[in-house]
Write a protein that binds this ligand. Structure first.
Ligand code: BGC
Length: 758
């Protein structure tokens, strides 16, 4: 009887049972709306505000163990004045927290439990920037599905992922958490991730709610400095930043998270145009918006609110529905409504959104659905590891391979494996590692040893250390800049080996939140070590582990082979060995430009032409006098152990009108000796618009597999929708005129043909 609350009674009286068994009925939108309204009608103002409050909890069964106000938090939970908690980990802990609500509060509205499951929960997959390099949407959906299952096994039913901030600046530490610089690609990843986390039915026990974050513009922080001001106009906002969020909303993402930054003087948390007018208005999205951690009271620091109360007023009126650990809503919203500063309609709207998601998740049907110990019993971590290895090998990008040092030939008898990251079992886990265990990844050395077999002598030397001392999510990282004691062994190992695999890059905690850097060179003594080793053995395959583009100009000029291996997660070393030994032919393509110099940042392929694009004779054109203006390795670039030849591009007609479509076709041939996969990319350029248009924009891609000698014709359909953009009329539309359509294996080397829209 203890669950037989006032709420249950009323709903049963109304003929609607929250405990109905039929899940189809449960998920029917009409029923959900009726239920949401019935619940709302019974709530007091205090209880409504409670639904908009989210607490952090490092939960220890007796109550939230964190913070000084733990007792107060517990008492508020029992009164039903909390709608959600984050960072409560384990089925026991979430069950215990849920019990506090279900056994003590009047309304018994279940909590939802959020956590940053960014690239896996326990089994860790490549960091999002790395995984995007696979361009394999099916694989990305699969890793999200596994993340969901492992989350539920630990009591979590809501992830703060995918992060879909367009990121054009390698200095920004959170670029690792993004899908890189391109709007279309990021949108495709967003859809795949939402599908993976949420499945077809949010009420399914093995799915979790996803979050599209950070709304909006956070990735374009000035100078790449985290949390910094964002200076963009409407053109970039609508054409570059917002489309992936629209994709996520259309894919049915349950929640959004707003962002720490301001745009044009308005912090996102207080931005009504973004949250109410665009997202909830024009896009008609009906999920709820959670603030970023403390971003409501941070409006005091921004200087647009004088205190928490005013910050709460601005945020709720602008459409921020839930206050993540900010303490602003719980202390101020009731008073603000009573004083007439906040319309009760805004509170009701926010509460309905939260309740709607909870109903969709089946939480009213069974509040403990996601705190079920049986889920963990059925998990095969071995199977998840196999998926992690697959995702990891597909994410690797071969940047350079002169003199065909790779794949490593079966005749090679000795390999020196050198570098601070060579036997590092922790950095490959990356930042935002959820419950991925420290030091649990397969290191590159381990991967190479198991792939090479007994007949190859592996000569390992660390050479130098990278991050020193204690390392963790919140601690600043100390880099070794002085200790060269390992150099001599590294040089000796390089001398006595036929070739060298040099594993350099970043410590996991060099990228991530709050990890912006002014320099993106190899940190510490790594460059020096590389050059010393190069003096004695030039047969170097450089393997990079990193969460951001690095400045690797020296390596690009000198080292014969370069493999971009990001932070690939649990199976990192095995996946890298798969590529080094040619068991897997690399197929990854960069989702972000690699600069020649940090001074080029922010650097992205879909830039504007400017009024002075080129002039070889004078200095007065858009360029640098000390470095080429293009990327060292452009967006979309990645080599294979085979070679793909693109034939002539053909188009079905030279013109189309808005009702028609066109087909562009290109033959792609594998002219090498091994089978391989290629990501064929489609770009468009709108030659004349009412606003300036990017020199090219990705609009489609297809991954094909080709046997040696095989040719495939790859076709793309051009629709009028693909030609639309946010024009000078301030709406999405196409404009008649000429367009270049370009196809190729990266954003630079493209075959081009022109058509017009009449
Ligand atoms: C980050 C969010 C994250 C939240 C909760 C914030 O600092 O910006 O991305 O989801 O913390 O951990």
């Amino acid at each position: 009887m203890r669950n037989f609350s006032l709420l249950t009674l009323c709903l049963l009286c109304g003929g609607i049972s929250l405990f109905a068994q039929n899940s189809k009925i449960q998920s029917s939108v009409k029923n959900v709306e009726t239920k949401v309204d019935s619940v709302l009608a019974m709530m007091t103002l205090e209880e409504k505000v409670g639904q908009l409050v989210q607490y952090n909890g490092s939960w220890d069964l007796t109550g939230p163990a964190s913070e000084l106000d733990g007792k107060q938090k517990e008492s508020n939970l029992k009164k039903g004045l909390v709608g959600s908690m984050l960072n409560v980990l384990s089925v026991d802990a979430t069950r215990e927290a849920q019990k506090m609500i279900m056994e003590n509060s009047r309304m018994k509205i279940p909590l939802i439990f959020g956590y940053d499951v960014i690239h896996g929960y326990k089994t860790i997959f490549p960091v999002p920037l790395g995984e995007t390099a696979s361009w394999d949407l099916e694989a990305m959906e699969k890793t999200a599905r596994i993340s969901a299952i492992e989350s539920v096994a630990n009591g979590i039913n809501w992830t703060f992922s995918p992060m879909i901030d367009i990121s054009r600046d390698a200095r920004w530490g959170r670029i690792m958490e993004s899908s890189g610089e391109d709007t279309y690609l990021t949108g495709q990843v967003a859809i795949a991730k939402v599908k993976g986390y949420q499945g077809d039915d949010l009420a399914d026990q093995l799915t979790i709610a996803a979050t599209a974050k950070h709304f909006a513009g956070y990735g374009l922080a000035e100078a790449g400095r985290d949390y910094n001001t964002v200076n963009i106009g409407e053109n970039v906002l609508h054409n570059v930043v917002l489309p992936p969020f629209k994709d996520a909303a259309d894919a049915g993402v349950a929640t959004f998270m707003n962002s720490f930054n301001e745009i044009d003087g308005i912090p996102s948390t207080g931005n009504k145009t973004l949250q109410r007018d665009i997202l909830k208005g024009a896009w008609n999205w009906d999920g709820f918006m959670v603030s970023d951690w403390g971003s409501i009271p941070e409006m005091i620091n921004h200087g647009v609110a004088k205190d928490k109360k005013q910050a709460a007023e601005i945020a709720i009126n602008a459409g921020s529905d839930m206050d993540m650990e900010g303490g602003a809503y719980e202390t101020s919203l009731v008073a603000l409504v009573n004083e007439g500063k906040v319309d009760i309609a805004n509170i009701n709207d926010a509460v309905k959104r939260v309740l709607r998601v909870k109903f969709m998740m089946g939480l009213f049907e069974d509040p403990y659905r996601y705190s079920d110990p049986n889920v963990a019993k059925n998990i095969s971590y071995k199977e998840h590891e196999a998926v992690a290895r697959d995702a990891a090998k597909k994410s690797i990008v071969l940047l350079k391979n002169e003199s065909s040092l790779l794949p490593i030939k079966s005749s090679v008898r000795s390999i020196a494996v050198i570098g601070p990251l060579a036997d590092d079992k922790d950095s490959p886990i990356g930042n935002w590692r959820a419950q991925g265990e420290a030091n649990s990844a397969v290191s590159v050395l381990e991967g190479i040893k198991s792939a090479a077999g007994k007949n190859v002598k592996i000569n390992y030397a660390q050479g130098t250390t990278l991050g020193v001392g204690e390392r963790s999510f919140l601690m600043p990282l100390e880099i070794n800049k002085t200790d060269r004691s390992g150099f001599s062994k590294a040089i000796e190992m390089a001398k006595k080996s036929e070739m060298v695999v040099m594993v350099l890059g970043e410590d996991a905690f060099q990228s991530g939140e709050g990890r912006s850097q002014a320099s993106i060179k190899l940190a510490g003594l790594q460059q020096e070590l590389l050059e010393e080793v190069f003096k004695v053995n030039k047969n170097i395959a450089l393997v990079l582990l990193n969460g951001r583009p690095l400045e690797i100009t020296w390596s690009a000029e000198n080292v014969p082979s370069i493999v971009e291996a990001w932070f690939l997660g649990t199976e990192s070393g095995n996946a890298i060995a798969d590529v080094l030994f040619g068991t897997y032919n690399p197929s990854g393509k960069l989702p972000v430009s690699f600069p020649r110099s940090v001074g080029q940042e922010p650097l992205y392929y879909n830039q504007k032409n400017t009024g002075r694009p080129s002039n070889a004779e004078h200095v007065t054109y858009s360029h640098y006098t000390d470095v080429a203006k293009d990327a060292l390795y452009p967006f979309g670039f990645g080599l294979s152990y085979t070679t793909f030849k693109y034939g002539d591009i053909a188009i079905s007609s030279e013109a189309m009108n808005a009702e028609e479509t066109l087909t562009v076709t290109i033959p792609v041939t594998n002219i090498g000796k091994v089978a391989g996969k290629e990501v064929v990319q489609l770009y468009l350029h709108d030659l004349v618009g009412t606003t300036t248009r990017p020199v090219k924009e990705l609009k489609g891609f297809e991954m094909i597999s080709l046997q040696p000698g095989e040719t495939k014709n790859v076709s793309f359909t051009i629709t009028e929708k693909m030609l639309q953009y946010y024009t000078a009329n301030k709406k999405w539309e196409s404009e008649v005129g000429d367009f270049d359509v370009m196809i190729g294996g990266n954003s630079k080397d493209l075959k081009k043909i022109t058509f017009s829209l009449n």
